[in-house]
Structure formats: structure tokens, C-alpha cells
Design a protein around this ligand. Sequence first.
Ligand code: ADP
Ligand code: MG
Length: 550
Amino acid sequence: MTSVPARAALKKYFGYDDFRPLQQAIIEHVYAGKDGIVLMPTGGGKSMCFQIPAVTMTGTAVVVSPLISLMKDQVDGLRAVGVRAAFLNSTQRGSESHEVEQAYENGELHLLYVSPEKLLSSGFFTFLRRRRVCLFAIDEAHCISAWGHDFRPEYTRLRQLKQAFPNVPVLALTATADRLTRRDMAEQLGIADAQQFIASFNRPNLRLEVRPGQKRREQIVRFLRDRPQQAGIIYCLSRKQTEQLSEKLREAGYRSEAYHAGLTADRRAKVQSDFIRDKTLIVCATIAFGMGIDKSNVRWVIHYTMPKNLENYYQEIGRAGRDGTDADTLLFYSYNDYLTLKDMISGSGNAEIQLAKLDRMKEYAESLACRRRILLNYFSEDHGEDCGNCDVCANPPERFDGTVLAQKALSAVARLRESTGIGLTIDILRGSGRKDVLANGYDQIKTYGAGRDMSTYDWSQYFGQLISLGYLYVAHEDFNKLRLAPAARRVLFEGETVELVKFQTIRDRKQAEESQTAKRAAAPRSRNSLFDVLRELRRTLAREASIPPY
Ligand code: ADP
Ligand code: MG
């Protein structure tokens, strides 16, 4: 088959004129009977890669999807445009599934969506052999890998597929997989040598911003005030956090709901559909929210706490701005959050890999370089230049000679014989008169009170930087006590200087924002400047250009 019927089908069923980058190549790859791995960001158009083969090839395309709750919607959507689609999963009544099976056997189906459990249930392969399968598409294929973030044990048995149907092409599709996960995924599916199609992950319309996690609620309220009537998602770490935050936002007059896995299925479905239909403006959610959510006008995503890895983060911010217009993302970060996550992960399976991923997430949050470059690098994509649409690009960090500050911090750790964690070390530096500080004689130490001039919060930021720079490390196996790294010696005894980044406090930010607002307010006074005339002209032209031709 050539690409002509593919393009015709794209127009006929979906009304689009052109394929997006890679779609056509992937479709032709399937036509050639070959296996493939498709890595495209959320909203990138993965479905088309199996839907077009489904409607143009002889036989039925079987789509394995873990998103049972969305199967019906997807199938309804396809039917509405004339695609003969159906689904089989555990939520159906016997009569319903019987009807679908009949349709398959009669060769009436372009597409059959199945849950992994259904696919691997006994006798199902035999049933499929009664007719012809032209393609197996494994959607959300990262679920097969324990290294991915939504591991589904039932997915691991999908390796049987290639063995049972060696001649049917397998297409594994996912939006989130680093190199390691991708390789694992392909190996497990028995298609290790399959060609990989990797679309650009860059979403230039997403503005990236990280702020210190200080007075978060206050910051959120200010953020929302600037964005009236815009839909958004706030990702939280715990169920309780989603409920408390949502409650606060409701008190502040926002249409907000909490969403997490502890709610009933009905309740979750209701929150989800109210959000999609713009009845709820804000959802405060755990990571349970969002996989497969198709809402194009999410204008912002906030991370109340840092996700465990950059894949989750990217997936979650990727739910904003799917319509291609500007959207804001905001991540709150504190070193304490990092420690909390570290503790959570340490007890889990394959902690080593997860911890390494968490460290990459932290490096991103602490980055002093263009954030988009870091993010895209993580997905093996070299962006080449600074993006100009992240907070670091917008406001390059100011550096200063932090040698004296570093010396205070490092000598405090040395004098405390590396026996204290960050919190207590800071208290001692700041000369806290707390009982336990005094009782332990910490006030007798030479650096006691040497750091009175800075707030606890600022200190913890600078300690974070000293850790990132490799002067200190945290002994996680020993109550998170601070230890001196070899580099600390050079600062303490060999005169090495330390360059730190000026940490912006909330107050600094408020001042910067206020001066911007003031500038904006002052702008109309210069109304008749040439600049304004030109701007007005440009607006008029843009308006006229967007009027559709008759
Ligand atoms: P993914 O599964 O990669 O997250 P989808 O397959 O759900 O993304 O597609 C996202 C949106 O992009 C859908 O609304 C789809 O109709 C649209 N889309 C896909 N391919 C094209 C195309 N070639 N031209 C225009 N829109 C497209
Ligand atoms: Mg999809």
C-alpha cells in the first residue's frame, strides 16, 4: 500500500490535511509489516499512527490500552466519525462483549481496544486467530517496564504476543520513556531491534518556571489572581494535601476539586468530566489524575511539590497548552521536599534507579542554566540553544562570591563533627537558643551564631547549593547527617573560592513583580508614542488577517 490511502483516510475520517512529523513514516513502516517503537509527547498524535493503518489495512488493529476508563470515550469518538471501533474489557456485560466478538469474527471491525488482562485471558489468542489482526498497538507501552513510572505487572506478560503472532507488526507507543526504559520496554515486548521513532519533545509554548517552595499557598493565590477563568491542575504529593489545598481554594472563591485514587470511581469520573467540561476550573490532584486526559485548554500546571522524576514532571506539565497556545507551568521546590521524596523512595523496589532519577529532577529544579535544555537532554534531545521561555532565561541568575558564606557553613559542619543534619546545623549557625541546642552544648562551638544575618530559609537554600556543588553531602544511611566532601577541605584550608547564585527570596520576587506591574500601569501614559501607534497597527493587521476568507 502507498501513502495515498493513508492521506485520504486522514482527511476522510479525521478531517486533517497533513500528517504531523513522523506519523506518515510510522504508518508506512506498519504497512511494510515491521515492528516499531513510537516516542511522542502527550498530544503529539500517537493514536493516528495505529488508527490510520486500522482503517486502511485488511484486518483489525488490536489496541492494548491500560486506560479502561477511557476506552469507551475513545471508541465513541471514533464511531462518531465513521470508524468501526469497539472495545473489550472486564467492565462489560456478557451480552455486550459477545456482540463485539461477533463483529470481530465477521470482519467488521477496524479497531478493537482491549485491556491487557483481556488480551492475555485464556482462549483470547485463539479467538483472535479466527479472523485477521493487521497490527498490535501497545498504547502507554512504558507501563511494561518496572523502570517506567506507571508499572503494570499485567503488562509484563505482553511478551507472549510477539511469540504467538510473529508475523503481525507490533507498535509500542509511549509519551514517557528515557533511554533505559525504552530499551527495557522493547526487550520485554520481544521487539528489541525494532526501529525507534522519536518525535521532538519540545513544547515551546509551555513556559517553565521553578520557585522556592516558600509560602506556597500565598504564591498560588497570587498566581491565580493573574489568571482569572483559566483552567489548571495543581499536582500534590499526598491525598490529604489535595483535599486541604482544594478546600482553601474554594474558600478563596475558586471552583476547585480534589482528585486522588482514594476517591470512589464515580467521584473521580465526575471530577474528571466536570473539569473537561469547564465546570470545575481547578483540580488539585495526585499523580493519579491525568493519564489520557484530553483537554486542550488547560492553561497552567502547578507542582505543589516536586515529582519523583523528570518523566512524571514532563508528562504532567504536558497536560497544559495542548492547543498550542501559551501555557504556564510552575514548580515549587525546596531541599526538604527532595529529602522527603528520597525517604519515600528509599524503601521501595529498585530504589537505586529511582533515586538516580530523583537526583536528575533535583538538578533540574536547582538549575542555573536553561531549564528546557536540561529537560530535552533528559529525553536525548539536544536543544542546542537557550529557550528564552523559562525563568532562568528570563532572569539569568546573579552570582556572587560566596566563599565566606561557604566557609561558615563548612566549618560549622566540621566543628560539629559531621554529626548534625541540615536543620540543626542551621539553627546552630543562627545561634538558636533552643533548649536542645543549649543542652547539647552546641552554643560552645566556635561557629555558634556566626550566621545570624541570614534567615533559616536562605541558609537552607545555600546549603542546597553547597551540596549540589559537591562540597557537602547528605549521609542518607545515617539520619541525613551532613558530611564534608573532599572539596570542602580546599575551601577550608587551601583558599578555594566558591561562587554561589544569589538566591531570590519571596520578597525579592514580589518587588520585581510589583515594579513590572507598575511599569505596565505607567505604559498608557505614553500613548501617542510611535511605538504605540505601531503596536496598534500590528494588532489591527493581526485581527484582519485572522478573519476567514469568504
Ligand atoms: P497522544 O496519544 O500522542 O497523546 P492523540 O493521539 O490523542 O495524542 O492526539 C492528540 C490530538 O492531536 C488529537 O486531538 C488528534 O486528533 C490530533 N491530531 C493527531 N494527528 C493530527 C494531524 N495529523 N493533524 C492535526 N491534528 C492531529
Ligand atoms: Mg494516546
